[in-house]
Design a protein around this ligand. Structure first.
Ligand code: KG4
Ligand code: ZN
Length: 361
């Protein structure tokens, strides 16, 4: 049995359309296996019932593959971690049921992890050896807290104050569409298949971002929230006006992507400047940070503000994965934050650092 202060975690993630399992130790990945569901492409977005069914079909094989690839015996596992939210309720359920079964089988504690915390900490994950020990405070060696976290994906657009690992406060979030969703919908208007973010990036790379005029969101209320639905509607109007052709597609893509990112960068800048903390580090996570144009813009912002930007080391760690859930759980393990098995439940609207969002119906 390994030392408990450097615990080996079996982590499971099924909050959306990725079925994933990983074995982690501290910020080191021992194995990480994931399957990105293909069934949603024809529907132009994630269909919860299809996601649930696909998770059910694959989850067991993926967990077993993660354990096999980590080359560890089940006795080495100190705890089982699972994403409890936020996410699609019926998709979360699948991972939770399997995590409970594994925790019972291995007779180990269960750790419920917030998916957003996973994305924030994904920038701390080390994919190359030697792995630092979890309790050496390695994150703190190069990230000064309080720091900021920026989670940008299909389901989230949040700027978060990270007082320390495990202590979060959402500063800014989206009033309507999320950034990845906005990119995917814009891509769709150009005839690109779902998820269109990466394809929009490719088209934009050879386009002129100044060719067409589009409005910058939140005019007059900059910095207070993200908002993408107005820009999306303006883009739809523009595509109808000019018509989408092979000749103008890349210019349209470039103009739209430019405004999506300009709004993001401006909002981050204003909040860094206005925070009462002397924030020097920004941890970025989520699928959209795979975008190279955005990384260049964020690097420029970092230089301008004296801010160190921390990115996930590879694409696999940007999009949904279980390794980030295992790493977040490693810190929770150290703080003794376990949840009794019968109390772990899906929390589709779990806000990082707080309670579940209640919606009046
Ligand atoms: O984090 P993620 O895998 O899932 C969610 O939690 O949503 O993020 C998926 C999102 C999609 O909207 C996808 O289009 C976007 O990330 N994405 C990108 C790129 N790669 C993935 N957006 C822009 N450029 C990319 N290269
Ligand atoms: Zn995600």
């Amino acid at each position: 049995m390994r030392k408990s202060n450097n615990p080996m975690i079996l982590a499971i993630e099924t909050s959306c359309d990725e079925t994933a399992a990983a074995v982690t130790r501290g910020t080191e990945i021992l194995s990480s296996v994931k399957f990105t569901q293909q069934v949603h492409a024809q529907w132009g977005g994630v269909v919860p019932a299809l996601a649930k069914r696909d998770h059910e079909v694959r989850i067991e094989g993926i967990v077993e593959a993660a354990l096999r690839q980590a080359q560890c015996g089940s006795a080495d596992i100190a705890a089982v971690a699972v994403t409890a939210g936020p996410g699609l309720a019926i998709a979360l359920e699948v991972g939770i049921a399997h995590a409970k079964a594994w925790a019972e089988k291995l007779n180990k504690p269960l750790i419920a992890v917030n998916h957003i915390e996973g994305h924030i900490l994904s920038a701390l994950i080390k994919t190359s050896p030697p792995p630092p020990l979890l309790n050496s405070g390695e994150g703190r060696n190069f990230v000064k807290f309080p720091a900021l976290g920026l989670v940008i994906s299909g389901g989230h657009t949040q700027l978060i104050l990270v007082e320390e690992i495990g202590k979060y406060k959402i500063l800014v979030e989206s009033l309507d569409d999320n950034i990845g969703e906005a990119l995917d919908k814009g891509a769709r208007m150009l005839g690109l298949p779902y998820p269109g973010g990466p394809l929009l990036e490719k088209a934009a790379a050879v386009g002129d971002p100044k060719k067409y005029k589009l409005p910058l969101p939140m005019a007059g209320k900059e910095g207070k929230a993200f908002s993408y639905s107005g820009l999306k509607t303006a883009f739809l109007r523009l595509t109808k006006e000019v018509g989408v052709t092979d000749e103008n597609k890349s210019d349209l893509a470039a103009c739209y992507q430019e405004m999506v990112f300009r709004h993001l960068i401006r909002t981050v800048r204003m909040n860094v400047q206005s925070t009462m903390y002397n924030v020097q580090d920004l941890l970025v996570g989520g699928g959209v940070i795979a975008n190279k144009t955005l990384r260049i813009k964020l690097d420029e912002l970092g230089k301008e503000l004296g801010l160190t930007i921390h990115y996930p080391e590879n694409m696999m760690l940007c999009t949904d994965n279980a390794a980030m859930i295992g790493v977040a759980a490693g810190y929770k393990y150290q703080r003794g934050e376990f949840t009794p098995i019968d109390q772990v439940d899906r929390r589709p609207r779990w806000r990082v650092g707080g309670d579940d969002l209640k919606v009046d119906r």
